[in-house]
Design a protein around this ligand. Structure first.
Ligand code: M6R
Length: 617
């Protein structure tokens, strides 16, 4: 949540910062601002609204300086106003600061600072921290070494802060310098050719450099045009490790698509290939994972899995639960990360704990991981963003390798999580009861998934026509059973978040225990009705809806036949192995939600009130 960018180098900072903010806008987009240090002043432009609005405002300023910071906001404290937009400048004009996170004890600090004569122009927690830095500096403005004095003031201030932060600070007395620090909010330092860019994520800097340092919690970086150094809050020196980003700026571009979400939906066959690459055994009967950091012998001892995640990733956990129990015959539980972190869940010593997170920065998921580790359990992560906090703190894990996912609505990351879950189920099953030949069948099925997903994507024009017909409704139900019940939840979430239509997901048979009261000609139901023993039961549920005049959209697998007139619309997807079915079934609900949102004129990639990566509680 919130995107932050800082630049120190030889170029005009404002252009690089605004370009970076455009790429980070998916993290928050209610207001944006920039501050450039020039002519001995901290010159700020900030506006409520999108980065485009800021770009126009910035054009009116004569920003020529080569050191600057910028921010795109997802509001926590204080409404969406120009004044509450970042950067914030201390009331003495000495420091400017951008912040991602929440300062929990800001009101005590504010009281203290008001008593010292500091004034406030906004309702934000961030402005308090900025004034606190100014206060520490005012107490002792001249130090032995100008640069480290800057760091010391930031360090002293952060020692009083409770909460989370990724911050970047400019000081009027420190031209060409920048100090940044993090606790629970991501920050990456790009090490360029005679320049440094610090940002919330790599998409903002990859056009200038692929060499990066992932800052860790409790670290402070001091940047000048010539060098950077990292220390901890406790004043220990840190030797930085420079990593290389494996993707390029082209991966974070929209290409010819209308939206990132559309691009990412259509990228799924390739994304699934990337997730599987190099991860099957030579004999083709099981999966291999390089970074799992758990031996086969240890895995054989596991008698319970616990998966935690949020949102779409939580739905991926539910599908994985189904596959692990079905194929590996090991009990598996799923919890919301936000609940697990506060519940004192008893964990048995042979429990294996997993989190799933696309971003690897979701604060609740990170807290759940830390809680499991604190209790002494091995905690593994399935995660897309290389070098993310969750990836670094987990005891081991599996990268999804699907490249940057920019659309706020998760699509390719979801199907890739389903693929990883299916592979974990296979791996564990083969360590237990699954036969060699069943393993070979399973692997063949997974390898065939990209082609089947591609085939499902061919339904796009048909689904677009259905979307036109249903875009005007206010409520919708999504119904499925077994491994497709989580897909019903996912369909409802996708539709809600990007089209603002109220939607609910239910197990199809559960519908008659309450939700059926909603059914009328005004409330359509989307049914997953794949071939198999459950098919006739799902058809009965459809009949119950139809008897109450509810419109029905049926997603069936090839070869299934519905009684004539039962469904108002039918979408046919390829029939496939149980482990692959959820990946293929995801396509029609993603496309339906996407086209409905487009039809309603919604801002698909930046839905209201949302942000891609939820780094606050
Ligand atoms: O980055 P994560 O996978 O941890 O994110 C979890 C959720 O915030 C995320 O899946 C969210 O629900 C998406 N907007 C769903 O499309």
């Amino acid at each position: 949540m919130c995107g932050i960018v800082g630049y120190v180098g030889k170029q005009r900072a404002v252009s690089i910062i605004i370009e970076g903010l455009k790429r980070l806008e998916y993290r928050g987009y209610d207001s944006a601002g920039v501050c450039v240090l020039q002519g001995g002043q901290l010159d700020v432009a900030k506006k409520a609204g999108r980065v485009e609005v800021l770009a126009k405002e910035a054009a009116r300023h004569r920003f020529n300086g080569t050191t600057g910071i910028g921010h795109t906001r997802w509001a926590t404290h204080g409404g969406v106003t120009d004044a509450n937009a970042h950067p914030h400048v201390s009331s003495d004009g000495k420091f400017a600061l951008i912040h991602n996170g929440v300062i929990e004890n800001y009101s005590q600090m504010k009281q203290f600072l008001v008593g010292k004569g500091y004034t406030f122009a906004s309702e934000t927690d961030t402005e308090v921290l900025c004034n606190l830095i100014a206060y520490h500096y005012a107490k002792e403005p001249v130090g032995q070494n100008g640069g480290s004095r800057f760091v010391e003031c930031v360090r002293k201030s952060l020692q009083h802060v409770e909460g989370t932060y990724g911050i970047v600070v400019l000081g009027v007395d420190f031209p060409g310098e920048m100090v940044a620090a993090r606790k629970a909010s991501p920050l990456i330092l790009g090490v360029g050719d005679g320049e440094y860019i610090i940002a919330s994520d790599a998409s903002a800097l990859v056009s200038r450099t692929q060499n990066v340092v992932y800052l860790k919690d409790g670290e402070i970086v001091h940047i000048t045009p010539a060098a950077f150094s990292i220390t901890t809050l406790d004043q220990e020196d840190v030797s930085p490790v420079v990593d290389r980003i494996t993707w390029s700026v082209a991966d974070a571009d929209m290409g010819d698509y209308a939206h990132f979400m559309e691009k990412e939906i259509f990228e799924q066959p390739q994304a699934l290939e990337n997730t599987m690459r190099g991860r099957f055994s030579e004999d083709g009967s099981t999966a291999n994972f390089g970074g799992l950091n758990i031996t086969a012998a240890e895995l054989r001892q596991i008698d319970r899995f616990l998966f935690c995640a949020c949102g779409t990733a939580w739905h991926a956990c539910l599908v994985t639960e189904h596959l692990i129990e079905r194929f590996a015959r090991i009990p598996c539980e799923v919890d919301y990360a936000s609940e697990f972190r506060y519940r004192n869940t008893p964990l048995h010593s042979n429990t294996l704990f997993f989190v799933i997170s696309q971003s690897g920065e979701t604060i609740d998921t990170l807290a759940a991981l830390r809680e499991a580790k604190r209790k002494g359990y091995k905690a593994l992560a399935i995660n897309n963003v290389v070098g993310s906090t969750i990836a670094r703190e987990a005891d081991g894990g599996i990268y999804q390798h699907v490249g940057p996912e920019i659309g706020v609505a998760s699509t390719k990351a979801f199907t890739s999580q389903l693929m990883v879950g299916a592979m974990v189920a296979l791996y564990v099953a083969r360590l237990r009861d699954m036969s060699f030949s069943d393993g070979v069948q399973y692997v063949k099925a997974l390898k065939g998934a990209p082609a089947l997903v591609r085939k499902a994507l061919e339904q796009a024009p048909h689904i677009r026509a259905i979307a036109k017909r249903f875009a005007g409704y206010h409520d919708m139900l999504f119904l499925g059973r077994l491994s497709l019940f989580p897909l019903a939840l996912e369909g409802a979430l996708k539709l809600k978040e990007i089209s603002y239509i109220h939607a609910e997901g239910y197990p199809a048979a559960e519908m008659k225990h309450g939700p059926i009261a909603l059914i009328s000609e005004k409330c359509p139901s989307v049914f997953f009705a794949p071939a198999g023993e459950i098919f006739p039961k799902i058809v009965s549920s459809m009949q119950e809806i139809k008897a109450r005049k509810g419109p029905v959209i049926a997603i069936i697998t090839e070869g299934c036949e519905l009684p004539p007139g039962l469904a108002d619309e039918v979408i046919t997807i390829p029939d496939c192995h149980e482990a692959v079915l959820p990946m293929v079934a995801a396509i029609p609900i993603q496309l339906l939600s996407y086209y409905i949102a487009v039809e309603r004129g919604c801002d698909v990639d930046k839905p209201r009130n949302l942000a891609k990566s939820v780094t606050v509680e």
